[in-house]
Design a protein around this ligand. Structure first.
Ligand code: PA5
Length: 422
């Protein structure tokens, strides 16, 4: 189970936190039941809605078919349509099965040509995931990849193409007209909240991740967060702390971790907070701290620079691997490490960093038992729920992203896109 603690807190901050938690308890109650005003975005609140037994069985069957026939699976999607799956796949894929290749997240011809070259000689399946099929990056990549598939597989192409879109969309029509497999993108969930739906779960299952364990982790977290009162509710406590730090002038939250397996989870986490909270001139800017490496770059700023960020350490309780330092006759002055395991050395670096940073800035700690599918489910649900509550306390809409439209409008103008339906 996930645990949450505050590493350093004065009595005065504890007192102010208690007052803030008291003041906003109604927001927690409303979030636990799901507010009617956000009903069109809360399809993730109960994991059973889009990741119940029947849905999981269907996704597992499709994934098994793909795993039996494919060497490579191209996940075409951007932002919420790829980040959750990618974070799990890049952390957990170890079985040497289907290679997952990403597309639809760039318009660079260099990157796209490189991606196409990786497909050569392989048995390929593709899945285009787009809630709004007007999004340029996945839409244009899907066209390029469909043409590649037609060239390579001719009449047998259709069975290798999957698309995940909303019911009634152009994407669905494209599938029906061409015999592609169509999966439903939940209409009542925005991209960044879709980890526990066909959007996140099919690519994870194709990569060999245990999606039942992931959903069960999310469900256990759901049961905890939607039933516990303010005092015992860790997501609520975390959301209130973020708002307290925000009032105190902190403007950035750094998610820091000593396990590179979380590299792509950072991207999911950053998107969740940036698009949900960063609006109306408000919000905490989310950044990641990939330690140890970045202790040797941004570590200087954290310890000694402008005091504008607080840190949330993501830690792992159970030792998950082992590498011992062996004796060596050649003098390198690292003999003090002899007999120690890199797990222990990495833990020492973590504890030292928390001690050093908590002298300077507020530090929180979120701990998972181990890095596996179950705990990814716990993390997804924990942060989604905390983000919903935190945004409501801050007074912003957690589920829209009007700012993203500004660049899209100008880009479409520049490229001569006709308005839809004209
Ligand atoms: O969270 C969101 O809604 C966005 O980040 C979307 O996921 C992202 O813009 C991709 O959108 P679409 O799936 O419509 O291509």
């Amino acid at each position: 189970m996930l645990t949450f603690e505050v590493c350093n807190q004065s009595e005065e901050t504890e007192r102010r936190l208690a007052a803030l938690m008291q003041e906003n308890r109604e927001i927690l109650t409303l979030a636990q039941t799901g507010e009617a005003c956000h009903a069109d975005s809360l399809g993730w609140l109960d994991t059973k809605e889009w990741a119940g037994d029947a849905a999981l069985a269907e996704l597992e069957a499709l994934a098994a078919e793909i795993r039996a026939n494919a060497d490579a699976f191209v996940l075409i999607g951007v932002g919420g349509s790829n980040n959750a799956a990618r974070s799990v796949i890049e952390a957990l894929q170890t079985d040497g099965g289907v290679e997952i290749i990403y597309a639809g997240n760039t318009l660079s011809p260099h990157a796209m040509n490189r991606m196409l070259r990786r497909l050569e000689g392989k048995s390929v399946y593709i899945d285009c995931i787009a809630k709004n099929f007007e999004t340029l990056e996945p839409g244009a990549s899907f066209r390029v990849l469909r043409q590649y598939m037609d060239r390579v597989y001719g009449y047998a192409t259709a069975g290798r193409i999957i698309a995940t879109g909303t019911a009634g969309s152009t994407l669905e029509r494209l599938c029906r007209d061409n015999g592609y497999t169509f999966l439903e993108f939940p209409t009542n969930i925005g991209g960044r909240y879709t980890a526990m739906s066909s959007v996140g779960l099919l690519p994870m299952a194709v990569a060999g991740a245990d999606i039942r364990a992931l959903v069960s982790g999310a469900r256990d977290m759901q049961l905890t967060l939607r039933t516990r009162g303010p005092e015992e509710n860790m997501a609520y406590r975390y959301a209130c702390l973020r708002n307290l730090y925000y009032c105190d002038g902190y403007r950035m939250e750094m998610l820091s971790c000593f396990e590179p397996q979380f590299r792509y989870f950072y991207k999911w986490w950053i998107q969740l907070w940036a698009e949900s909270e960063g609006k109306d001139g408000k919000g905490m800017f989310p950044v990641s701290g990939e330690f140890s490496e970045e202790l040797h770059s941004v570590g200087q700023f954290i310890q000694d620079g402008t005091p504008m960020l607080f840190e949330t350490f993501l830690t792992v309780r159970e030792q998950q691997d082992s590498l011992a330092v062996k004796p060596d006759e050649r003098a390198d002055y690292f003999d003090y490490l002899e007999g120690k395991d890199f797990w222990e050395i990495n833990q020492a670096a973590l504890q030292a960093t928390i001690r050093a940073h908590s002298k300077k800035l507020p530090c929180l700690k979120l701990e998972v038992e181990r890095i596996d599918a179950y705990h990814f489910g716990q993390l997804f649900y924990f942060f989604q729920f905390a983000c919903y509550v935190s945004c409501r306390i801050m007074g912003v809409n957690p589920f829209d992203q009007p700012g993203v439209e500004a660049y899209k409008r100008r880009m479409f103008e520049a490229l001569g896109k006709e308005p839809a339906g004209s």
